[in-house]
Every structure is written in structure tokens, then in C-alpha cells.
Design a protein around this ligand. Structure first.
Ligand code: PHE
Length: 512
């Protein structure tokens, strides 16, 4: 067997983890949610959720996988044989996510390539200009918003190919190549965001927008959606429960200071979210689009921001360049999240079956690449919306609950905490905090969030998410979830068969 890849330094690991955590979620999910919930109010609750749930779970995943030196599947098996399916569920859900995350990444590349078009729009009469900019994405992707339509635009397909090419290039040699790439992909978006923040904040009216991000609205605290949104965002943003942090933790050396590293990762992630918020809101304020700031999700980047771009100045080429910078920023933001998720899957599967990591990576990229073509079709956006909702508000949360139960209730948390604090110098994770979080707070909050999502789905929407036809909701939602949670049991059958042919499973033990 090959020797397990390792990070070249502590700094590299931190960068890779930040690169994974900081993604499109920071750029358009965070600002939109913050605006929806009265800015500062959201920040406070977000910080709280980070402290009582996000950071401890991040530490837990890194510590467990560092100890076992295994990806998600084998690490969960190490916790207890019966928990292996949870590792499979995390890995399968990661697979589902990468099938469409790669497409969003491709769309960002598409908009980058087409940002020259903003130049021509700038001189048009006000209404026409905004309509054209806002409609550019639909025009390029032929999106209808409905679940039927089979047209696949060539240009978008090409961008998808570029996206997968880039992803594969970055992870072709596991920790080694990831380590090199993240030195660029983590800092580049920060620099680009700073440039945009400066331009945004120097526009008249910009501060009106930025104020929304920071001034708390005291009445908003009692709104339950504030709490569910904040908890969900912490969870999504840290890239936990996606098999990723297991893979990254498994490449760590024995001397890593997990306690401090996790805190650095979490706060960098938060800082970049806030910086993106400043960019979004100052630009919206400066271009007179304040009524649009609370939109969150894909629409922000593909429909709303283009309108802001053409309203930036009266100079066509300047707006086009600025648009290009914006989409380049999104590319550098998304790429390290996209490849981290493939790495999470590859590491988990390669460890399980003693396969060569590189061949697994190639296979995962090929299969996910083919499936992702579904999402670049005319109906892609609608399907993506459905699958994304189930992957995040059902599967991810269930995996989270199961992981907390497995590690918090059936395993000795003291051992995990020892791993976390083993090399800690300045900051040690306190026992009471860790136990309270993993055993009680995190699973309870997640269960509440899960219940909330289900109630919302059935009572507010009648089970018909987003008003899409029922058959689409079943296929894109429930069937996918069933696959995710059945995957561990299907794998068991395959493994049993392989064992007859002489395959021997690793013993994964926690050596004290
Ligand atoms: N943390 C990422 C973000 O904020 C989420 C993510 C990571 C999604 C990896 C997919 C893969 O965008």
C-alpha cells in the first residue's frame, strides 16, 4: 500500500480547510440571510451557533479522522461497526452535492467568460439595461425554471468540462497538489473582495447598504427562522458532515494543534462571509438597488448582481472589467470547495477498499461529471434547486445528528477531546463545553432544525417543495435521500461478496 499523503505544513492544512469552508455559501447565502434577519441580529446568532455547535463539531471530525488516519467511512467504522453506514451516507451525500456544485461552478465560469457583454449594456436606457443584465444568465443557459426541457447549450457544457478539468487538476495528487493550489485559491478571492469592497464603499449611498449588515434589529430575535437559518448556515459553511473534514483531518500529522486550528478556520470563514456582505451591500446601496439586498441563494449572483454591475458607472469597459473581477472572485472561491468535496469522497472510498486514491479520484470525477450534465440542461436550475434542498436541509442534517449520537453517546468523548487538546498550547477546548455541545446542544439544535424543515415542507408547501410537480420532488428529493441513507447497506452487500473473493477489511482501532 502507498504511504498516506500528508500536508506539507500546518499552514497548508489550515488553508485547505479554509478553502473548503469558504465557498459560494459565503458570497451569496450569508449576505442574503443577514439582510433578511436584520443584519447585526443575524451576526450575533450566527456567532453563537458557531461557538456552541460549529466549532466543536469541526474539532470532532478533524480529531477522529486524524487519530484513525482514515476517511469518513472507515473513521465512522472505527467509532463502531454499526456506524459505518453513517460514513457512507456522508460520502454519498457529498457525491450528490458535487454533482450540482460543479454545475454552479460551471455557471460562474460561464458568466466570467461572458462578462464583456456588460460593456455593451451600459449605454442602454435605464430599464432596458437592467432587464438585459438580469436576463443574461437565462439567455446563456436557456433556463426556463421548469423541470422539463432537455436542451443542453454547448457553451455551458464546455464550461462544465472546464470546471471538471480544473477540479481534477487540483486534486490529482491528493494532499500534495491540494496544498499547492490552496496557497492561491484562498488568498485570491480575499484580494478580489477587498478591491470590490473599496469600489463599493466609495460610492455615494453605499453606507446605507452596509448599515443593514451591521445594525441589529432587536425585534428579529424572536423570529424562529432567524435561528434555523443561522444554524443551517453555520453547518453548511464549515463543510462539516460532508466527508471533507474527515479526509483533510486524516492527512494531518500527529503534532497538529487541532483546538486552535479549528478556531482559526471557523473565524476566517466568518470573516470572509462578513467581507462578502460588505461587498454585496455597498454595491447594492451604491447602485440604488437596496430593495434587492435580502435575496439569497443562486439568484443573487446570477440575476441581481449583474444588474448592479451595469449600474456601477457609465463607462462600459469599466463595468465589464468589474463584472469579470466579480466572477473571477467567485471562481476562486468555489474551486477549493468543489475539489474538497471530491477529495472527501475519494479518500473515504479509497481507504475503505484499499484502492489507489488517484484511480478513485478519476472515477469519481468521471461519474459525477456525467451526472452533472443533467443540471446544465434547460431544466437544470429547477432540478438543482430541488436536489440542493434535500441534500442540505434533510440529508446533511440527519448525518449530523447521527454523527453526534455515534460519537457523543456510544464513544468515549474524553478520548476525542484528548486528541483535540493533545498539542494545544494557547487554547484548550474545555471538557464541559465539548461534551455539552456534542452530546446535547448540537443534536438537539439539529433535530429542531430538521423538524422545522419537515414541518415547513409539509404544512406550508403541502409537501410540494417550491411548487414543482410532485413527481420531480419525489425523484429529485426523496429518492435521492433514500439512496444516500441506503448506500451503507448496499455497500455491506457488496463488501460481503468481495470478502468471499478474499477481500479483507481493515481493523480500525483507537489505540490509546
Ligand atoms: N462551505 C461551502 C460553502 O460555503 C459549502 C460546500 C463545501 C459545498 C464543499 C460543497 C462542497 O460554499
Amino acid at each position: 500500500m502507498e504511504k498516506r499523503g500528508q500536508w506539507s505544513s500546518r499552514f497548508t492544512f489550515i488553508l485547505a480547510a479554509i478553502g473548503s469552508a469558504v465557498g459560494l455559501g459565503n458570497a451569496w447565502r450569508f449576505p442574503g440571510l443577514a439582510a433578511k434577519h436584520g443584519g447585526g441580529t443575524f451576526l450575533v446568532v450566527y456567532l453563537l451557533a458557531m461557538l456552541v455547535m460549529g466549532i466543536p463539531l469541526l474539532m470532532m471530525e478533524i480529531a477522529v479522522s486524524r487519530k484513525f488516519r482514515k476517511g469518513a467511512i472507515e473513521s465512522m467504522r472505527g467509532i463502531g461497526k454499526k456506524w459505518e453506514p453513517v460514513g457512507w451516507a456522508a460520502t454519498s451525500n457529498a457525491f450528490v452535492i458535487v454533482c450540482y456544485y460543479s454545475v454552479v461552478f460551471a455557471w460562474v465560469i460561464l458568466m466570467f467568460i461572458n462578462s464583456w457583454q456588460f460593456a455593451g449594456m451600459t449605454g442602454l436606457p435605464a430599464e432596458e439595461k437592467v432587464a438585459k443584465a438580469g436576463g443574461l444568465f437565462d439567455k446563456l443557459t436557456h433556463t426556463t425554471g421548469a423541470v422539463d426541457g432537455t436542451l443542453i447549450p454547448g457553451q455551458v457544457l464546455l464550461c462544465l468540462l472546464i470546471a471538471w478539468g480544473l477540479i481534477f487538476f487540483c486534486i490529482r495528487n491528493g494532499a500534495k497538489s491540494v496544498g499547492k493550489v490552496v496557497k492561491f485559491t484562498v488568498f485570491a478571492p480575499v484580494v478580489l473582495l477587498l478591491i470590490m469592497a473599496i469600489k463599493g464603499c466609495t460610492m455615494p449611498g453605499a453606507m446605507e447598504g452596509v448599515k443593514i449588515l451591521f445594525v441589529p434589529d432587536m425585534n428579529a430575535f424572536s423570529d424562529p427562522t432567524l435561528w434555523t437559518d443561522a444554524i443551517g448556515q453555520v453547518f453548511y459553511s464549515l463543510s462539516i458532515m460532508m466527508a471533507i473534514m474527515f479526509a483533510y483531518g486524516s492527512y494531518l500529522g500527529d503534532d497538529a494543534d487541532i483546538a486552535l486550528d479549528a478556531v482559526i478556520i471557523a473565524f476566517s470563514d466568518m470573516a470572509i462571509s462578513v467581507l462578502s456582505g460588505v461587498v454585496m451591500f455597498s454595491t447594492m446601496g451604491g447602485t440604488g438597488m437596496m430593495d434587492k439586498v435580502s435575496a439569497s441563494g443562486i439568484g443573487t449572483a446570477f440575476y441581481i448582481y449583474p444588474q448592479a454591475i451595469v449600474n456601477l458607472t457609465d463607462v462600459g469597459w469599466f463595468n465589464a472589467v468589474f463584472g469579470a473581477i466579480f466572477y473571477l472572485m467567485l471562481i476562486t472561491l468555489a474551486i477549493d470547495s468543489a475539489f474538497s468535496i471530491v477529495e472527501g469522497i475519494s479518500a473515504a472510498v479509497a481507504d475503505k477498499f484499499h484502492l489507489k486514491p488517484k484511480s478513485v479520484t478519476i472515477t469519481v470525477c468521471a461519474i459525477a461529471g456525467i451526472i452533472s450534465i443533467l443540471f446544465v440542461s434547460q431544466a437544470g436550475l429547477a432540478w438543482l434547486d430541488i436536489v440542493d434542498n434535500w441534500a442540505n436541509s434533510i440529508n446533511l442534517i440527519l448525518v449530523g445528528i447521527l454523527e453526534c449520537v455515534a460519537i457523543g453517546w456510544t464513544f468515549k468523548l474524553r478520548k476525542v477531546l484528548y486528541e483535540i487538546n493533545k498539542n494545544a498550547k494557547k487554547f484548550k477546548a474545555p471538557y464541559w463545553w465539548f461534551v455539552a455541545s456534542v452530546r446535547f446542544i448540537a443534536p438537539v439544535l439539529l433535530a429542531g432544525l430538521f423538524a422545522w424543515n419537515i414541518i415547513h415542507l409539509f404544512f406550508d408547501e403541502g409537501g410540494n417543495y417550491g411548487g414543482y410537480p410532485m413527481w420531480a420532488v419525489i425523484c429529485g428529493g426523496w429518492v435521492v435521500s433514500a439512496f444516500v441513507f441506503a448506500s451503507g447497506f448496499i455497500a455491506k452487500i457488496i463488501i460481503a461478496k468481495k470478502k468471499k473473493d478474499g477481500f479483507v477489511e481493515d481493523e480500525v482501532v483507537w489505540e490509546d
